[in-house]
Design a protein around this ligand. Structure first.
Ligand code: CLR
Length: 458
């Protein structure tokens, strides 16, 4: 048996090419278009496919093992919260665009504690499905990232739910990820935040976690903050959860939190007053953007966006081009708290490697022996991603165009011939028994490693 601990690569083969292209110069011609249909120059990409990016949810999967070790469903919920939030941590400062997976592309990852298989199951709309399992848990879901372009920011909603199952306990949890906003598309340095609410439901016991990912405000005190509580089935608040999705998640009992609030109420009042300053209204920022958009004869609010999503992640009052700084002095520590999750530091040279985490660095590695076992549609075998990873930008661009054209031709061919519709190989569309909603469910066959009739997508 394999007793030796496997070692994975810690950096990419070459440092990235730092481009000084302006993203606005590409996107200004694309307002109103569906962003998944826009071909972006390869210099805006990071050398990973979105399927590999999805596998990054697994970085802290040991939290699911810890969850299962807890006797009490409320403490299990705490670790599931830790897992759900930690899954988003690798997004911090990652502003490269992962490659759009090709229809039928797959990605597998086998690690000590788990294995995961991902497949691009639909191209328009783009839907990526995944199924991960260990001896203790199953984690699966599908993601359909919907991009909306507001002018100075891009809003990405990862539609779809994810499910964690603990078969030994007959317990299942589901939630949906919050939306992500990329700011400063027109001028300044890009930055990103995740905001909105996340509700994690334990379908067996009725416990719920209600988490709010806060948008950065004027004084940036809330940048990256996550806050919320756990309730039982009769909606009693049991625990208070707080932290930052980029750093840590802590938990304390709800009584300690209320006591803490009472004792510190003077602090919070002052902060609240400040944020309601009367001269918050139409900022210099938005006026400038509107002028710019007017001159292009487009309305930032006319695209196919809805008002409802506008409310979740309102453009912050941060002056154009500026990046909010997280205020480290404002660090709450509430009595009786325990730390559920803490982020691992990024590798030293991360800024020369697309801000990758150590885990991300290893995802496109062709490990020894893989050439024999890998499914021929695996992301690791994509020539455009490999070329970008090796620093060959021109080669990557040529390959990317070739693959996209090849995909278009194949689609056209299938459309013109009856009985040749596309069917994913490892997932079937079905109803998620917990949410009763449509989902993509794994058919259990991938790891048999019988890869015949592979579509020729590369
Ligand atoms: C965020 C976490 C979600 C799943 C998800 C879906 C789409 C991803 C997004 C995450 C992170 C940001 C992302 C986006 C697709 C494109 C965008 C990678 C992982 C990058 C930053 C590209 C932005 C380029 C614009 C400026 C055009 O659960």
């Amino acid at each position: 048996m394999d007793t030796e601990k496997k070692e994975y690569r810690l950096v990419l083969p070459v440092p990235m090419y730092h481009n000084d292209y302006n993203i606005w110069s590409v996107l200004k011609n694309c307002i109103g278009k569906e962003l998944s249909k826009i071909t972006m120059p390869v210099v805006f990409n990071e050398p990973l496919s979105f399927l590999q990016r999805m596998a990054e949810y697994m970085e802290y999967s040991h939290l699911l093992r810890l969850a299962l070790q807890q006797q009490d469903p409320t403490t299990r919920m705490q670790y599931v919260i830790g897992f759900a939030v930690s899954a988003l941590a690798s997004n911090w400062e990652r502003l490269g665009k992962p490659f759009n997976p090709l229809l039928g592309e797959t990605y597998e990852l086998e690690r000590e504690e788990f294995k995961i298989i991902c497949e691009q199951v639909s191209h328009h709309p783009p839907v990526s499905a995944f199924h991960a399992e260990s001896k203790d848990w199953i984690f699966h879901g599908s993601i359909h990232p919907k991009l909306k372009f507001w002018g100075k920011s891009v809003e990405i909603q990862p539609k779809g739910t994810v499910t964690v199952e603990f078969p030994k306990l007959n317990e299942a949890y589901t939630w949906s990820n919050v939306q992500c906003c990329v700011h400063n598309i027109i001028v300044g340095k890009l930055w990103m935040e995740q905001c909105g609410t996340m509700e994690i439901v334990n379908h067996s016991t009725g416990h719920k976690a209600h988490l709010t990912f806060k948008p950065a405000g004027w004084n940036s005190k809330d940048l990256h903050r996550v806050e919320g509580y756990i309730t039982d089935k009769s909606k009693h608040k049991l625990f208070f959860i707080y932290g930052k999705w980029t750093e840590f998640i802590k938990c304390t009992d709800y009584f300690s939190y209320e006591e803490y609030l009472k004792e510190n109420s003077h602090k919070f009042k002052r902060d609240g007053d400040k944020s309601k300053s009367p001269n918050d209204s139409p900022s210099h920022t938005s006026r400038k953007v509107l002028q710019k958009l007017n001159s292009l004869k487009v309305s930032p609010f006319k695209s196919n966006s809805t008002q409802e999503s506008m409310d979740e992640c309102t453009p912050p009052d941060i002056p154009d081009g500026m990046v909010p700084k997280s205020e480290s002095t404002y660090s709450i520590d509430i009595p009786n708290s325990i730390t559920i999750w803490k982020v691992k530091p990024r590798p030293m040279q991360t800024s020369d490697y697309y801000q990758f985490t150590e885990f991300a660095m290893s995802l496109n590695e062709l490990e020894s022996g893989m050439d024999k076992s890998l499914c021929p549609t695996d992301s690791r075998l994509r020539p455009d991603i490999r070329k970008l990873e090796q620093g060959d930008i021109d080669g990557a661009a040529i390959e990317k165009t070739r693959l996209e054209e090849k995909q278009r031709d194949a689609n056209k061919h299938r459309k013109s011939k009856k009985g040749t519709e596309w069917h994913p190989r490892w997932f079937n569309q079905g109803i998620n028994p917990h949410t009763k909603q449509e989902d993509w469910l794994y058919n259990g066959n991938y790891w048999k490693r019988e890869y015949t009739d592979n579509p020729d997508i590369f």
